[in-house]
Design a protein. Structure first.
Length: 371
């Protein structure tokens, strides 16, 4: 091989970039002091754009494809170099490969809570997090505004800036949406689409677009979530009296399975309590059945006197009308502490607390003060 053939072989160039990373947005081809031979082959793959820089000025931009570099397909660089009549000698230029694929591994979140005015809770603080997709849509603008002379520009260098921009626009988006906090989950997709458009418009001068924005979760402060959980539990339980009976029955069962000591005492106490309630329920007379409907229309029935029952010496006495009550008061069987009951009352009650009977009891002076 002759000397000229050797030199000619060294000057034949193939300019290309194979990306083996997942976060490189811009890669500068390592030419340094080496010159590019006119006629060199430029290979630009899908999801790439090659940008030639001449002395700090953006020159020609090459879309995906294979090119043989000639003055004819480098019109701007030819003008900057002053190649008016063509040029076949090697030349110096910086070549940047810009990755135009979608970068999906980008996360965002609110470090500090966002204050909102909610119709249900009033002033409330919320936090949110999610992901977003970034893509270079104007390589020349991206190089001018963000990359500069960086030889390998990665997503970490722009991710924090985009995150801060997202958080700054999120509060306004949630406020203008005027959606109740409890309804945010159903409207997350709508809010995210609106934010993606707003962010793309704001990033356009820098050559970046946000084609996809995702809100994964919007959360309330722990104390608010705890209050909501309690409210949900109350709604699920429904009748609290029935729930209490159910819990008591479970406690008795647990105590029965734990013989001796506290379990036995607890089971005994609960059993006695339930026994007393059952005895009271059995001793309570059943409510009188309503009278059958009249066969033929006529005047309403005469009013009847209330029928009372009293507890004397552990025995049920009655039914008694007003005259019967007065007779027992005179005989000393009915006092203020005597238990009384009639149809419509929930349980046996001391006579002194029932206004209808208390007025029949003898009225006396209050007890003398002690001491």
């Amino acid at each position: 091989m002759g000397l000229m053939d050797k030199l000619r072989g060294e000057l034949v160039d193939i300019i290309e970039w194979l990306d083996d990373s997942r976060d490189t947005m811009v890669y500068r081809f390592p030419r340094y002091q080496n010159e590019i031979k006119m006629g060199a082959k430029l290979i630009v793959r899908e999801s790439q754009v090659a940008v030639f820089i001449n002395e700090g000025t953006v020159a020609d931009v090459f879309q995906p494809g294979t090119y043989t570099l000639q003055t004819q397909n480098m019109p701007i660089l030819t003008t900057l170099k002053g190649w008016k009549y063509g040029f076949d000698s090697p030349f110096k230029a910086e070549v940047y490969f810009v990755n135009t694929r979608q970068f999906t591994e980008l996360k965002w979140g609110t470090q500090n809570p966002i204050m909102l005015r909610d119709a249900d809770f009033g002033m409330v603080r919320v936090r949110a997090f999610g992901a977003f997709v970034a893509r270079v849509v104007d390589p020349a603008a991206f190089l001018r505004e963000l990359v500069g002379t960086d030889s390998q520009f990665k997503t970490d260098e722009v991710k924090e800036f985009l995150r801060q921009m997202i958080v700054g626009r999120l509060a306004g988006a949630l406020g203008h949406a005027q959606i109740a906090v409890l309804d945010l989950a159903a409207n997350q997709e709508q809010i995210a689409a609106r934010l993606a458009g707003t962010l793309t418009e704001e990033c356009a001068p820098m050559g970046i677009a946000i084609p996809k924005f995702i809100i994964e979760n919007v959360s309330l402060p722990p104390e608010v979530e705890e209050a909501m959980d309690k409210r949900t539990q109350m709604g699920v339980l429904g009748d609290l009296n029935k729930y209490t009976q159910f819990q008591t029955a479970n406690a008795i069962e647990d105590a029965a399975n734990n013989p001796g000591g506290t379990g036995e005492a607890l089971g005994l106490g609960l059993g006695v309590g339930l026994g007393q309630r059952a005895a009271a329920a059995l001793s309570t007379p059943a409510a009188a059945a309503p009278p059958p409907p009249a066969v033929a229309p006529g005047p309403p029935p005469l009013p009847t006197t209330a029928q009372w029952y009293i507890g004397v010496g552990g025995q049920q006495v009655g039914p008694l009308d007003t005259a019967g009550l007065q007779s027992n008061i005179a005989g000393g069987q009915l006092t203020g502490s005597t238990l009384v009951w009639r149809v419509g009352m929930g349980e046996w009650t001391a006579a002194s607390t029932v206004p209808e009977i208390a007025q029949l009891l003898p009225q006396g002076p209050p007890p003398l003060p002690q001491g």
